[in-house]
Design a protein around this ligand. Structure first.
Ligand code: NAP
Length: 227
């Protein structure tokens, strides 16, 4: 496994603490950094056959005031949409030359039900969902499968305080459920833990408006911050 990240010290610590895990320095907002990292990784690990476009940011934005949200919105789109697009562009030819390969994108339950406080984030993840669907069609005759990981709210550092938010899914439970899905259903197109299905299938179930209301009433942490 090769972990990519922009914090050199953290990468060094990961490599030291996990023998066998390799690292590469990459800032996914910079085209040059992605190209250089891809070149380096492909040269060092020519058998590499999985790309996971995991890096992402989430920002609370108040769209009443453009001076406060525009810069954030641009950063969200660059990181969450342009980053994965550039990463896939940098690796797709290499992956197509493998006998069996996977591109895993990371969207969100918020691709399917909007959280009022984070418009650009929701839109970026909806874009990743449709990109994944489209890419899967284009690559269907090739050795590359496309899987989309659709997390619910999980206790990570995505937003300040989220790691301690009781309403979010504990990270270890999320990882265990995801790994079990991957092991038991390796060809699954959308990797969905049970918790995300409330957000993912509101429209299909016919209770979308209720899901939107429940989600937006249920996250006082984010609501407090947007005001
Ligand atoms: N946690 C959730 O509730 C949740 C729900 C749905 C989807 N997701 C998605 O899951 C993915 C992982 O997020 P997370 O929850 O693990 O949040 P996280 O703890 O904040 O991790 C995000 C990671 O992305 C990295 N990153 C951000 N911008 C980058 C850049 N320009 N170049 C390289 N790395 C960059 C961060 O590195 P730094 O530490 O250097 O900033 C960090 O390691 C994201 O795509 C997120 O949208 C998360």
């Amino acid at each position: 496994m090769i972990v990519g990240g922009r914090r050199t010290e953290l990468l060094e610590r990961i490599a030291a603490e996990h023998p066998g895990v390799e690292t590469v320095r990459i800032d996914t907002t910079e085209a040059g950094s992605i190209e250089a990292a891809a070149k380096d990784v492909i040269a060092r690990f020519p058998d590499l056959n999985v790309l996971i476009t995991m890096a992402g940011i989430m920002r609370v934005e108040d769209w009443h005031r453009p001076e406060t949200f525009l810069e954030s919105a641009e950063h969200v789109v660059t990181t969450n949409v342009l980053g994965p697009i550039r990463l896939i562009a940098a690796f797709v030819e290499h992956l197509r030359a493998r006998l069996d390969a996977t591109i895993m994108t990371v969207s969100s339950g918020l691709a399917f039900t909007p959280l009022a406080a984070t418009p650009s984030y929701n839109a970026s993840k909806a874009a990743i969902h449709m990109l994944s669907e489209s890419l899967r069609l284009q690559l269907s005759g090739s050795s590359v499968r496309v899987a989309e990981l659709e997390p619910p709210s999980v206790r990570t550092d995505l937003l300040p305080g989220q790691a301690d938010n009781d309403a979010a899914m504990p990270l270890d439970e999320f990882i265990a459920e995801v790994m079990s899905i991957i092991e038991t259903r390796p060809d699954v197109r959308e990797i969905q833990v049970e918790r995300v299905k409330f957000l993912r299938y509101g429209e299909a179930r016919g209770d979308y408006d209720e899901v939107v209301s429940t989600l937006n009433a249920a996250d006082p942490m984010v609501h407090r911050r947007v005001r």
